[in-house]
Design a binder for this molecule. Structure first.
Ligand SMILES: Nc1nc2c(c(=O)[nH]1)N[C@H]1C(S)=C(S)[C@@H](COP(=O)(O)OP(=O)(O)OC[C@H]3O[C@@H](n4cnc5c(N)ncnc54)[C@H](O)[C@@H]3O)O[C@H]1N2
Ligand code: MOO
Length: 405
């Protein structure tokens, strides 16, 4: 059994990024950049007005007001640029270029207009309401770097940098393979003792949110030879194969021998986490497809979901070259006490309540690894370090928010 952090480090150390592909900006959100994007021009590229009003030369308004100015010409966004006639004001609108000779804007609320004249009570100071060329970005700056995950804000920045498309990591292909004679598809009939398969739905949705393309393999019966065949099929064309169930020690837990029979070498099996201990991690080297990562997740629903969150998602992010593949952590305050066996890092499904000004973890009372409800209701996972024998109400602990993985 190896400690959690060591297990994750070992897994991520083996993750070589998949190749790149070019996508339109419409499809870029959530993807990971495979190129640096530099500003070919300054941003903004020209001085422009931040207000609807009048462009003036502040030096024209010496002494104390009021000042009367003739209005000549107009600068509107996207239109040809007039020059400022000395001693006059130029009508200007938000986003319009600053006429040569002007250095300040008087918002129209501060200008009394009468015919083709305005009166200003005070002189705008030089630079007032002017957005300067390069104020946002200098020419040649590199605001988007390889390894950045494209949030909506970053996609919009790429658009502002005049890019219609970006080079991103292609989507890693994940094949999810559930094993167990008891499984049937939701809504399909089955004899007593069978259950509706649910883990693949969590894994598929989570993997897609992490940028993967997902394939679901047919259920694998508890038969070692057929499982080995199914693993061989799943490996082809995959970057990651995720098996679910059958990875523990029972007579029907045939997944580990099946993985090995299909040519997967297991790097480790069993991690000091609760739940999810029987996790198996390995790789296969296929002649034409290269390296395929393999995660053998335990079948209990909370264990399968948790191990995919803790290991599957960071692996998918690392395969895309993400510079920050691990989920961020926040500090939360425990709302209840807990006594426990030390030895494994525990991840408690919890809701978070921010109403008191800090994040309070409302820890679910049912932490059973078979509980499907606990993950459905959880906002976060509270991390109890392996050595802790207890937590007390009010203790500060780290947590992973499920919306941020
Ligand atoms: N003697 C021991 N028994 C068990 C140990 C152990 O150390 N010694 N470990 C336990 C732990 S911890 C876990 S976790 C489970 C994991 O076992 P498996 O990965 O072999 O999982 P299964 O036995 O196949 O299934 C467990 C449970 O989950 C249900 N299941 C499986 N797949 C799905 C699915 N796709 N969707 C919904 N539910 C699923 C399955 O029906 C079982 O109820 O082993 C313990 N045993
Ligand atoms: O680790 Mo098992 O996943 O505790 O139920």
């Amino acid at each position: 059994m190896i400690p959690f952090e060591e297990a994750l480090d070992r897994l991520l150390a083996t993750a070589a990024p998949v190749g790149p592909e070019r996508v339109s900006l419409d499809d870029a959100a959530g993807r990971v950049l495979a190129e640096d994007i530099a500003a070919a021009d300054a941003m903004p590229a020209f001085d422009y007005s931040a207000m609807d009003g009048y462009a003036i030369a502040s030096a024209d308004l010496a002494g104390s007001g009021p000042f009367r100015l003739l209005v000549r010409g107009e600068s509107a966004a996207g239109r040809p640029l007039p020059a400022l006639h000395p001693g006059t004001a130029c009508r200007i609108f938000t986003g319009a270029r600053l006429p040569p000779g002007a250095d300040a804007i008087a918002p129209q609320e501060d200008a009394a207009r009468s015919g083709d004249e305005i009166t200003l009570q005070e002189a705008p100071r030089a630079g007032a309401w002017v957005r300067r060329r390069g104020a946002d970005l200098a020419e040649g700056a590199v605001p988007l770097r390889r390894g950045a995950r494209l949030t909506p804000g970053k996609v919009a920045l790429a658009a502002a940098l005049d890019r219609p498309s970006v080079l991103v990591a292609r989507r890693p292909v994940v094949t999810v393979m559930c094993s167990g004679d008891e499984l049937r598809a939701p809504g399909s009939p089955g004899p007593a003792g069978t259950i509706a398969e649910s883990n693949s739905y969590f894994i598929a949705a989570t993997a897609r949110a992490a940028g993967a393309a997902v394939r679901i393999a047919p259920f694998v019966p508890d038969d070692a030879a057929r499982a080995a065949e199914a693993v061989s099929t799943a490996l082809r064309g995959s970057d990651l194969v995720v098996t679910v169930g059958g990875v523990s020690v029972g007579d029907h837990d045939i997944v580990r021998p099946a993985l090995e029979a299909a040519g997967v070498s297991l790097d480790f099996w069993r991690v000091a986490i609760k739940p999810g201990k029987p996790l198996a991690v390995g790789r296969a080297e296929l002649s034409r497809c290269g390296v395929v990562h393999v995660l053998g997740l335990p079948g209990n629903p909370a264990s399968a979901s948790l191990t995919f969150v803790l290991f599957g998602v960071p692996l998918l992010r690392a395969l895309q070259g993400d510079a920050a593949p691990r989920p961020p952590r926040v500090i939360v305050r425990a709302d209840s006490a807990l006594r426990r066996q030390p030895g494994r890092a525990e991840f408690l499904r919890t809701r978070l309540d921010a109403s008191s000004g800090e994040l309070v973890a409302r820890i679910a009372t049912n932490q059973a690894s078979g509980a499907v409800t606990s993950f459905a209701e959880a906002d976060a996972l509270v991390l109890v370090p392996a050595h802790r024998e207890r937590i007390d109400e009010g203790d500060r602990l780290e947590a992973i928010r499920l919306a941020e993985i």
